[in-house]
Design a protein around this ligand. Structure first.
Ligand code: GTR
Length: 415
């Protein structure tokens, strides 16, 4: 009997080993490495990371994974209106702005709500799959130029969560609670930038950065991520928003976008990337769930064409997602995952967070300090949670995000 138990234990250990990451196979996060004949020297100080390694990593991520970003110029403010002075039972003031660039052929609607209390307010920027009207449950807000994706009808007519459901999946952020906790919320529709359709997306993506080499053509994930930065350009012109407390949230494909936004834009102070999976927080090399070949096959417009070249062997990728998290360091990152959402590879995101830790440490911060995957340490600079359930954002996922912001926004980090 003892022998049988030992055999079973050995088999389990082997099976576990087979799916666990071999961390030594990851590109070194601080160690020297070579990319296309260029030697990236060992990183020994915060200066080495910020001024030498990070700019090169940003360039490699754009070339090999996400595509070349558009120029960082702000969009022009075209109009600004008050939609409702006393929305959500008088809790918030809802406004809408239109930002545009003729050169980039972009027209972006930003809807935002501010608490009625005196500011400046910390703000959460969210992406709307189904237009800003869906974020604020308000049909007066503008629709994305190309209309709404078909699946949005399903959510519009969906009944509200059952009263006895202790933790319902929410389609929109809990605006009332956010306002009550002192947060402003700004929303933009990713469809305003690039409609999520592989056949039509390529033209606007090309127009947003015509000078990108064909293999490094801007992908929709980075274009949507760039959207967060355009919203920040605008919010920073309005003194009612606190420029030292700007958080972003994204789920799934929008979580991938949020990861690129935070990595490429230092003005983002904190990020919650929920179930962002492959091309987001999870390691591209991970064997669990959606593979590089699946995602680039199904969504070729999401990435630079180069990323698909690694589909047959992601181990050849010169970078991996722990380095993307490293680009966010030392800013706080919250990563959420669901047990029944293996497609988004919860373990690959945890491993990336752990492997990003040396960059946080180099800057005098800590990586994940939690002892189990289930219970995040809200005061840590990298927090992660694996909860029961599927792909989607629940009320308690938002609760955790708000706790994480409360914890980190007590003392602003920027001078
Ligand atoms: C899936 C895709 C995932 C994830 C998800 C979503 O179809 O494979 O990478 O992005 O969509 O955005 O909900």
């Amino acid at each position: 009997k003892i022998y049988t138990t030992l055999v079973i234990l050995a088999a389990l250990a082997l099976a576990k080993g087979a799916i666990a990451q071999d961390m030594s196979a990851l590109p070194p996060i601080l160690g020297a490495k070579v990319y296309k004949g260029v030697r990236l020297p060992q990183v020994n100080s915060p200066h080495d990371w910020r001024d030498l390694r990070a700019p090169l990593l940003k360039s490699i991520f754009q070339a090999e994974v996400y595509g070349r970003l558009p120029a960082p110029t702000p969009l022009n403010l075209i109009s600004k209106i008050t939609v409702d002075e006393a929305a959500f039972g008088g809790l918030g003031r809802l406004e809408e702005a239109v930002l545009a660039s003729d050169a980039l052929k972009v027209r972006l609607h930003v809807a935002y709500i501010l608490p009625q209390t005196p500011g400046p307010h910390p703000v959460v920027i969210v992406t709307a799959f189904c237009g800003n009207g869906s974020t604020f449950s308000d049909d007066r807000l503008s629709l994305p130029a190309g209309g709404l994706p078909e699946f949005c009808a399903r959510f519009k007519d969906a009944p509200p969560p059952a009263a006895d459901d202790p933790d319902p999946y929410l389609f929109a952020p809990p605006i009332e609670t956010l306002l009550k906790r002192g947060y402003a919320v700004a929303s933009f529709a990713t469809a305003d930038l690039v409609i999520d359709d592989k056949d039509t997306a390529i033209i606007p993506l090309h127009l947003m950065n015509p000078s990108a080499p064909p293999d490094e053509r801007l992908g929709a994930i980075a274009a949507w991520g760039w959207g967060y930065s355009k919203v920040i350009d605008f919010l920073e012109t309005d003194p009612r928003f606190d420029p030292k407390r700007q958080a972003i949230y994204g789920h799934s494909r929008n979580g991938k976008a949020a990861m690129t936004a935070a990595a490429f834009d230092d003005r983002i102070d904190l990020i919650f990337a929920h179930q962002s999976g492959r091309g987001g927080a999870s390691l591209s090399r991970s064997p669990v769930g959606e593979q590089v070949s699946n995602i680039t096959g199904g969504f070729p417009h999401w990435f630079a064409p180069n990323y698909a070249r690694y589909g047959d062997d992601p181990n050849r990728l010169p970078v991996d997602q722990h380095e993307l998290i490293g680009l966010i360091a030392p800013r706080p990152v919250l990563l959420g995952a669901g047990v029944d959402d293996q497609w988004a590879d919860p373990e690959g995101a945890w491993q990336a967070a752990v492997a990003a830790t040396p960059v946080y440490q180099l800057m005098g911060h800590k990586g994940p300090t939690q002892t189990t995957r289930e219970t995040p340490d809200m005061s840590a600079d990298i927090a992660y949670f694996l909860r029961p359930g599927r792909h989607g954002t629940t009320r308690s996922d938002w609760g955790r995000f708000m706790d994480f912001m409360d914890s980190h926004f007590k003392t602003p980090r920027k001078p």
